[in-house]
Write a protein that binds this ligand. Structure first.
Ligand SMILES: [Zn+2]
Length: 498
């Protein structure tokens, strides 16, 4: 038992947190924790629903005097990212977590804490267990396998959810209310290529562009970081007049990560390394004098007057001679590949009109592989479904224009910002009264389960919040105890005032 004697008033929250933490519940391993919650409901005579995907819904009737208020849902996910320190002895498939207190933080020994999303479970358990004096009809919606593609939310029958005011407790910054998130899709472009025998009178060089910052294609797409694949494509385009050919090329590792590196083997004359470096140096300082470039990484930088050196201070290029490969792209394929890299957009496409400083639509060219075909993969995101479709149509047109194929997979819906939201109004109001300041109301450029719920139940009203929880998904995950209990006080007030 962790010592929270200085938080005696909140003992129930910690007791519940410890109870489910004793059950292993990594993503894909949620059957036991679902059973635990079924038993929790049964023991208290509460109505419950459990499905084959290990989603659990538990309902508790309103307290006296609150029968006429609209029902409120606390929603969170049952699964956690099960990470442990290298060499740690724990078997997270079979063993529960070992919680401990580190000053103001709750942590788990050698592992992720699962505060993402255990906070939602603990708060909901406290309500279900009768810790709250005044609340309307209450519904706990616990989904499975959120961390591996929102699988539980996708599988959950809309009929299982009765309430229409849903507080998703899966955000990790106190005082920040998320009221919308982007939807997304993975797009793939596949360009057929032709090769010919390598020109033996020439040399082969490996060109490697590396040291870019990279980052998450959702939350870091507006940080003005350069995309190594796009930059190398542009450098190649600027060297188009020279007599040289690409033999292979690849960059990036995941469609949702901004590529930090891109390399190619080229077949060229002996003066290539020197000439190419000159192009790079020119490129590094030239943005301010090239206003008419197409929509590229270059132009984005040009608008701000910054150079590649400002944006990616540690990026560098390495050119080394390598053994001559057997083949190189034909002139036509070489040009089409470079055109493709130049024409394909990557980065922020539009900012939100409803909320300032928020990205509405973006895409990230995340992977390039050149073999028999050139395969390019994107993560496309938009807060507005129609804008996502428009951007995909643009990619499809660019592909068609160059004789490439286009496909999509893994689409998920946006959670669109609602102009009017009763839940948001009440939550903002209660927050201002309690803390004498305004919460930050935002939409985010990454996925949340609320998108799935609003697609299935168009009349549902959602807000996502949560206490301060740091370094989630890592073994450094730590939940702020003062924030955990403050958010609990806040949630109780929301239930009272709905
Ligand atoms: Zn989560």
């Amino acid at each position: 038992m962790i010592d929270v004697s200085d938080y005696r008033k909140y003992e129930a929250l910690f007791r519940h947190f410890e109870a489910f933490s004793a059950i292993p519940h990594g993503s894909g391993n949620t059957s036991a924790i679902a059973d635990f919650f079924v038993e929790f409901a049964r023991a208290r005579g509460l109505e419950y629903y459990r499905d084959g995907a290990n989603n659990v819904v538990i309902r508790k009737p309103a307290t006296k005097g609150y029968e006429d208020r609209p029902a409120v849902i606390f929603q969170g996910h049952l699964d956690m990212v099960a990470e442990k320190k290298t060499g740690a002895q724990i078997d997270m498939e079979r063993e529960g977590l070992s919680l401990y207190r580190d000053g103001d933080f709750l942590r788990a020994r050698d592992t992720t804490l699962g505060g993402d999303d255990g906070v939602a479970l603990a708060y909901a358990m406290a309500v279900l267990d009768g810790e709250v004096e005044a609340h309307p009809d209450f519904e706990a919606v616990f989904t499975s396998d959120e961390e591996i593609g929102l699988l539980g939310a996708v599988a959950l029958s809309p009929d299982a959810v009765k309430g229409r005011l849903l507080i998703n407790i899966d955000s990790d910054e106190e005082g920040v209310f998320t009221v919308g998130c982007a939807g997304g899709v993975r797009s793939d472009i596949s360009l057929p290529l032709e090769y010919e025998e390598a020109d033996k009178s020439k040399k082969a060089y490996r060109v490697r562009l590396y040291g870019f910052k990279g980052g998450h294609s959702g939350v870091e797409i507006d940080k003005g970081r350069a995309n190594a694949v796009k930059v190398l494509g542009e450098l190649f385009n600027m060297s188009a007049t020279e007599d040289w050919r690409i033999a292979t090329m690849s960059g990036g590792n995941a469609d949702n990560a901004i590529p930090r590196e891109c390399s190619a083997v080229v077949i060229a004359g002996e003066d290539f390394p020197e000439k190419f470096r000159t192009v790079l140096e020119r490129r590094k300082a030239m943005f301010a004098v090239m206003p008419d470039l197409p929509h590229t990484e270059l132009r984005k930088m040009d608008k701000t007057g910054r150079t590649l050196r400002d944006i990616e201070p540690s990026c560098d290029i390495e050119i080394e001679e390598v053994a001559l490969p057997a083949r190189m792209l034909t002139d036509g394929s070489h040009s089409r590949l470079i055109s493709l890299l130049i024409l394909l957009p990557s980065g922020v496409i539009a900012m939100s009109r409803a909320l300032p400083d928020l990205v509405e639509t973006s895409l990230n060219l995340g992977i390039l592989r050149v073999g028999e075909r050139a395969e390019v993969s994107f993560s496309v995101r938009s807060a507005v479904g129609a804008e996502k479709k428009k951007l995909c149509a643009r990619l499809s047109e660019i592909a068609a224009g160059l004789g490439a194929e286009y496909g999509e997979r893994g689409e998920y819906p946006a959670w669109e910002y609602r102009e009017s939201s009763h839940l948001r109004d009440v939550m903002v109001d209660v927050y201002e009264k309690m803390y004498a300041k305004k919460p930050k109301v935002v939409t985010i450029h990454a996925g949340l389960e609320c998108g799935i719920f609003t697609e299935k139940l168009p009349d549902i009203d959602c807000v996502s919040i949560g206490p301060d929880n740091f370094d989630i998904h890592t073994t450094e995950e730590r939940l702020s105890i003062p924030s955990f209990v403050r958010v609990w006080e806040y949630l109780k007030e929301v239930l009272r005032n709905i």
